[in-house]
Write a protein that binds this ligand. Structure first.
Ligand code: ZN
Length: 307
């Protein structure tokens, strides 16, 4: 199974900033130690022409030349720096490379970062500069169109605890991309957008209710759409140990969630690209544990798919 990383491109953050930048390098180190069958590759930066499949020229230029105004930077939550640009471009690049690997016979591939779903066409938001999944979906559709009349049908299964508002807006009215978002009703963003299927969860939601909601979402997806490719945003932030999530899904519940998504992809024989999205544990170890479990499950399915 191939996985892409860019954790050695770290952007400078003021001390006390709540974004857990160190999590990415820790995840890679543990994966390399515990799951050596995962092939690790450095993510390459995305080009402006690929970004322009989703983002407006004005926004791309402002990020590239560092002319984002203070309110745009505040909305993103990171101060602009060359490191911020580099990391943002490699984060998208990793998802594009993972998508290509999944489609070209890999079945399952991953970006150790990515899942920047709050980014809209013309603005960033909530620690998201560019929308990696949206860019990768459009780029895969473009590549597929070179050898097929059929438009590649893409499903986004967004299980980060925050709504995938940017992704929902970008693909509103686009019948070739189905957006499913399972998220906390009271969580960020305050103003929700309309995905193809939105399922809202109450604060404190536990395993049984969470897994029932997931089942409803996957049922709708199966009834309304037939994907050729799945992007799975495997956010660790619905976990009970998360300080931003407001839900209470246990370790077992998180693993049951991951298994259900991989099962669904396996049953339908659809390649799946996994991105890590959010995870802000009170204890960083709880976030890492959830994410490592996700990789362990992904590897099991990857091995089954290849046998
Ligand atoms: Zn999140």
């Amino acid at each position: 199974m191939q996985a892409f990383y860019a954790d050695h491109f770290v952007l400078p953050l003021p001390s006390g900033h709540r974004f857990p930048m160190q999590k990415y390098a820790m995840l890679r180190e543990r994966l390399m130690a515990q799951m050596p069958t995962i092939e690790m590759h450095e993510a390459l930066p995305i080009s402006t022409s690929e970004l322009s499949l989703v983002h407006t020229t004005g926004y791309i230029e402002a990020v590239f030349d560092g002319s984002l105004n203070p309110s745009q930077q505040r909305e993103i939550g990171f101060p602009w720096s060359p490191g911020m640009l580099e990391r943002a471009c490699r984060s998208v690049g990793g998802t594009v490379l993972a998508a290509r690997a999944a489609i070209k016979g890999g079945w399952i591939a991953a970006n150790l970062a990515g899942g920047t779903h709050h980014s809209h066409a013309d603005r960033g938001s909530g620690f998201c500069v560019f929308n990696d999944v949206a860019v990768a979906a459009r780029q895969m559709q473009r590549e597929h169109a070179h050898h097929s009349q059929h438009t590649l049908q893409v499903a986004v299964i967004d299980l980060d605890v925050h709504q995938g508002d940017g992704t929902a807006c970008i693909f509103a009215g686009d019948a070739s991309v189905f957006t499913l978002s399972l998220h906390g009703a009271k969580n960020f963003p305050a103003r929700k957008q309309t995905s193809d299927c939105d399922i809202e969860l109450p604060d404190g939601c536990q395993d049984v209710a969470y897994l029932e909601a997931l089942e409803q979402g996957l049922d709708q997806l199966a009834r309304r759409f037939c994907p050729d490719l799945i992007f799975y945003l495997a956010g660790a932030d619905p976990h009970e140990g998360d300080r931003l999530g407001r839900l209470a899904v246990s370790d077992d519940g998180m693993q049951a969630r991951d298994r259900r998504v991989f099962d669904w992809a396996f049953q339908h024989r659809v390649p799946l690209v996994m991105t890590m999205a959010g995870g802000y544990g009170h204890d960083i170890e709880s976030t890492l544990r959830v994410q490592l479990n996700t990789y362990r499950i992904a590897l099991q399915y990857w091995q089954r798919l290849r046998s």
